[in-house]
Write a protein that binds this ligand. Structure first.
Ligand SMILES: Nc1ncnc2c1ncn2[C@@H]1O[C@H](COP(=O)(O)OP(=O)(O)O)[C@@H](O)[C@H]1O
Ligand SMILES: [Mg+2]
Length: 249
């Protein structure tokens, strides 16, 4: 049983007009096996929270801490955080020309486990995971995200998550831009990992529709760099009906 604790997190970025505070005291704790949804309007700082936990160098933590089983991960490099069991599915996955999907996955798995996976077993796992996500095996030989459609990029993020088996997965709007079939396939991937491991999830989303397929235990409404309201699954129904208006007054 693990916990990811975000405590009083304040984050700023450098802009041409000087430092701009974005996160203004975020408190949130996720335990193994839990699925937390972070919902909120555009520009409220959801991606900033995801990047800050993952260790993006543009986001400067000015106050607070992020503890993984009591250890402050903010002192760790990005790869140390990944090895500690954190995974981020990015809102806008980047293209990496010259690096094939197969190579990328194997290199990432080796780096995280500290040893190369056994070849035959690994190939079986990759093929099975691709089949589960309805990804054509030909993707193995394509360059990472190069020329992938929006939906294909999101499936590839979930493929990485399923193969790397993190302790905590942060999914930043993995549902955005997906058609209904892709949304279901991506959701199934999350549910599969949830059933097969004790991973904890931080599911960042702008819309409530993914919550038809993934049932979060906790909902946090994120507004202007902090958690404005928290509740159980029924809070999502209320947001579906009312939108974020009452938070933006
Ligand atoms: N690197 C950056 N430089 C300047 N402003 C930024 C940067 N990253 C984020 N912001 C600003 O911080 C706010 C929150 O952004 P973001 O975390 O992407 O919100 P969300 O994911 O909730 O839509 C926005 O106003 C955005 O323009
Ligand atoms: Mg975002």
């Amino acid at each position: 049983m693990s916990t990811l604790e975000i405590k009083n997190l304040h984050v700023q970025v450098d802009t041409n007009d000087g430092p701009k505070p974005i996160l203004k005291g975020v408190d949130l704790t996720v335990a193994s096996g839990e699925v937390h949804a972070i919902m909120g309007p555009n520009g409220s700082g959801k991606s900033t929270l995801a990047y800050s936990i993952a260790g993006h160098p543009d986001y400067e933590v000015t106050e607070g801490e992020v503890l993984l089983d009591g250890v402050n991960i903010l002192d760790m490099s990005v790869d140390e955080r990944a090895r500690a069991g954190l995974f981020l599915a990015m809102q806008y996955p980047v293209e990496v020309p010259g690096v094939t999907v197969a190579n990328f996955l194997r290199t990432a798995k080796t780096a995280i486990d500290g040893e190369a996976p056994k070849v035959r077993q690994w190939i079986g796992q990759v093929n099975q995971a691709m089949e589960n996500l309805r990804m054509d095996p030909a993707f193995s030989q394509r360059d990472v995200n190069a020329g992938f459609s929006g939906g294909e990029k999101k499936r590839f993020e979930i493929l990485q998550m399923e193969l790397l088996r993190p302790r905590f997965a942060i999914l930043d709007e993995t549902d955005s831009g997906l058609d209904i079939d892709a949304l279901r396939i991506v959701s199934e991937g999350v549910n599969r990992l949830h059933d097969a491991s004790d991973a904890g999830f931080l599911l960042i989303t702008h819309y409530t529709r993914i919550l038809r397929y993934i049932k979060p235990s906790h909902i946090h409404v994120f507004v202007d760099g902090r958690v404005a309201e928290e509740g159980g699954p029924d809070l999502a129904d209320r947001l579906e009906e009312e939108g974020y208006d009452r938070f933006l007054a």
